[in-house]
Design a protein around this ligand. Structure first.
Ligand code: DOR
Ligand code: ZN
Length: 450
């Protein structure tokens, strides 16, 4: 029956320990957690035998770029949410650089309504800031399904951009909720883009959009937050310099995130992968990657995200510097991080802290992110015993590729569960893509924040 599920014999990744046991979801909510097991099925309850598998809270990816409206040939709310579900992600927060941009209440309402019809996971949406939409930003404050304000302080994909001090002050002074900033300094970016025009080697991307570009904007955003007593979340941190500075200066108002790909790749991978690894801010250097890990472990960095940015390989193939920036990742992030755990970089509990609890805490998403009685029945059951090689053709994203093509990863979700309903399944010896179970719009709700 709907939302009634008993999972037996799992390795439960609880907030304070990892233990064998059973977990029951009743009416969509985690009703009983039984370390040691012993729960027996009741009538009308679906049963999953999770022997040999780990049961985790569903992951929350608070930074994706599904392309609806505007470029649904690359991703829409259905294909994106299916990719999320395939990757153990039960909630996503989607960015506003669409066509048209999501910069007013009407576009947000439309996205939320579309997600209600198409998504198979929970969902939330950012409103994009412009130079002159304060009224629009205010009009969605506290609205269900709206997670915060996104400011592109430096140009990236699309034309959303606010970099003049007076406009930034205006936004920080006159809005509530959480502001998420893409922190790269536009003036420096423009200057350096002109200076680097003659460079066509991919390594020049990180040289051009350098650490100083990011650091300038990060410091500026933090001082705006402090001046105006405003919650700030700095998206996709990429450099050791920023991470070290935030360690000393972030205080209570500021949180930050890191992308799986910035924890995984360095300059050598950029050389190897070419345009596939092109993104903004760039993949940087081994020492940055090491610092990001260090600052994640010491709690400076609050959560892990994907910045899932579906561009086609065809568009990428025009070659640097004209290729679009960004890479898909919502369906591969959890296995990639669990592979890091298996390789000894961190523990499975760390991954849960960074991919489930962290995003819920940053965005104030109630009743999600931890296996606690009373929380929502958003779960993923992953297989840490087997390893499987991911290739482009195994993906659900409409653009059909992954930067991790050819990598052997563990931790593939066998079941992804939203409010106690299985939305995606993967058999141990079946295809790596697995099987979608839920119909579009049949699972997942607009999230509430705050
Ligand atoms: O690489 C990126 N791609 N960085 C962004 O900030 C935007 C994203 C996209 O939407 O393609
Ligand atoms: Zn992004």
């Amino acid at each position: 029956m709907d939302g009634h599920l008993l999972i037996q014999n799992a390795t439960l990744v609880l907030p304070d320990r990892v233990v064998e046991g059973d977990l029951r979801v009743s009416g969509g909510t985690i009703s009983t957690i039984a370390p040691g097991g012993g729960l027996s099925p009741v009538s009308q309850e679906d049963v999953i035998d999770a022997t040999g598998l780990h049961l985790l809270p569903g992951a929350i990816d608070p930074h994706v770029h599904f392309r609806e409206p505007g470029h649904t040939d690359r991703e829409d709310l259905e294909s994106g949410s299916r990719a999320a579900a395939a990757g153990g992600v039960t909630s996503f927060l989607d960015m506003p650089n669409n066509s048209p941009n999501a910069t007013n209440r009407a576009t947000l309402e439309r996205k939320i309504a579309l997600a209600g019809k198409k998504s198979v996971t929970h969902h939330g949406f950012f409103i994009g800031a412009t130079k002159d939409n304060i009224g629009d930003l205010q009009s969605v404050e506290g609205m269900d399904g709206v997670c915060g304000i996104k400011i592109f302080m430096g140009s990236s994909t699309g034309d959303l951009l606010v970099h003049e001090q007076e406009h930034l002050e205006d936004i920080f002074a006159n809005t509530g909720g959480i502001i998420a900033t893409h922190a790269e300094d536009e003036e420096r970016l423009q200057r350096r883009t002109a200076e680097f025009r003659h460079r066509t080697d991919i390594a020049s991307h990180a040289e051009c959009r350098d650490v100083e570009c990011a650091f300038l904007a990060t410091k500026r955003a933090v001082s705006l937050a402090k001046d105006h007593d405003h919650r700030l979340h700095i998206v996709h941190l990429t450099s050791g310099v920023e991470a070290d500075w935030l360690h000393r200066n972030k205080g209570d108002l500021v949180t930050t995130e890191v992308c799986t790909q910035h924890l995984t790749f360095d300059q050598d991978d950029v050389e190897r992968l070419g345009e596939r690894a092109l993104m903004n801010p760039p993949i940087r250097y081994t020492e940055d990657r090491d610092s990001l890990w260090r600052r994640l472990k010491d709690g400076t960095i609050d959560c892990i995200v994907t910045d899932h940015a579906p561009h086609t390989l065809e568009a990428k193939s025009v070659g640097f510097p004209n290729s679009p920036a960004g890479m898909p990742g919502v369906e591969t992030s959890l296995p990639m991080m669990l592979t890091h755990a298996k390789n000894g970089k961190c523990s499975v509990s760390d991954v849960v802290r960074w991919m489930c609890e962290g995003p819920a805490r940053v965005y104030g998403i109630q009743n999600k992110g931890s296996l606690i009685e009373g929380n929502d029945g958003d779960l993923t059951i992953v297989d840490l015993e087997s390893e499987r090689t991911i290739t482009d053709s195994d993906t659900w994203t409409r653009v059909g590729w992954t930067p991790y093509d050819g990598m052997e990863l563990t931790g593939w979700p066998r079941y992804t569960i939203v409010d106690g309903e299985v939305v995606h399944k993967r058999d141990v010896d079946g295809s790596l893509r697995g099987t979608p179970v839920a119909l579009p719009g049949s699972a997942g709700r607009a999230l509430r924040f705050g």
